[in-house]
Design a protein around this ligand. Structure first.
Ligand code: DGL
Length: 270
């Protein structure tokens, strides 16, 4: 069955962090239905090889297509960095957006010529952000830093305590000393640290780019352009699927989504 304006938006991530994208989409497109898949059985992706991540991403893309989604949003920066093409090949005519293209565009629009990027080991190791930024403007200076401890800290809810502030201070020190004016949060979990980063950079003007907001804006534009905006005037439905521990997902969801989820279904995408 071909998708149409009333079909849902498909969003996926390695786990719970992509709910920051779901939240941004709900804010910008409140009448759209959303199908979210979080690969909680196999998270974290950020420390895995490209080949493995591509295999997981293919399975999840097929799952979303079975639900007749009208557009696919890759909420996971790691998947965006190493498996965007794989997702696109499987999606065929269904449009695909990813957080890296969206975040990069917003960062370039700030006009800054010195941009910082933080992300998982896989994202930073792939140079995907740096390549995307330099493709748009070869003169831009890009300083990247992998911050692997921030994902577990965010899941633990440690976003502004002593340990979190110390970790952020150490990870972000290269940006303070290099005149970086724009910082891309290149990981689903990092928007949770936004206000702690602002506190640390009080005396250093820094524009923080949250790729969740950026991809939600791109999705809105894409749906309009493709005549795929849902004409409904009521709140969209949010359907949530995970590959393991739905209960734990439900408990943590509020932290990322800002509201409770009623029901989470378990599926095996393999
Ligand atoms: N969702 C991942 C990302 O945005 C972070 C968690 C993981 O490593 O799987 O890169």
């Amino acid at each position: 069955m071909a998708s149409n304006p009333t079909s849902p938006i498909g969003i996926f991530d390695s786990g719970i962090g992509g709910l920051t994208v779901a939240k941004a989409v709900m804010d910008k497109l409140p009448n759209e239905d959303i199908i979210y898949f979080g690969d909680t059985a196999r998270v974290p992706y950020g420390i895995k090889s490209g080949q493995v991540i591509q295999r997981y991403a293919s399975q999840i893309t097929r799952f979303l297509l079975q639900h007749n989604v009208k557009i696919i949003l890759i909420a996971c920066n790691t998947v965006s960095a190493v498996a965007r093409e794989t997702v696109e090949n499987i999606a065929g005519k269904t449009p695909v957006l990813d957080v890296i293209e969206a975040g990069t565009k917003t960062a370039i629009d700030t006009g800054s010529n010195s941009i910082g990027v933080i992300g998982t080991l896989a994202t930073i190791g792939s140079n995907a952000y740096e390549n995307a930024l330099k493709k748009k403007n070869p003169d831009i200076d890009v300083i990247s830093k992998a911050c692997p401890l921030l994902v577990p800290l965010a899941e633990e809810g440690w976003i502004d305590n002593e340990v979190a502030m110390k970790a952020l201070d150490i990870y972000l020190s290269p940006f303070r000393n290099n005149g970086v004016r724009t910082l891309i949060l290149g990981c689903t979990h990092y928007p949770l640290f936004k206000s702690s980063i602002r506190t640390l950079f009080k005396s250093h003007p820094l524009e923080i780019i949250d790729s969740a907001d950026a991809i939600a804006s791109s999705a809105k534009t894409a749906l309009k352009t493709l005549n795929l905006v849902n004409p409904s005037t009521s709140d969209g439905r949010f359907q949530c699927y995970v590959s393991d521990r739905p209960q734990r997902f439900q408990e943590l969801a509020e932290r990322f989504l800002g509201r409770k989820i009623d029901h989470v279904e378990i599926v095996d995408p393999d």
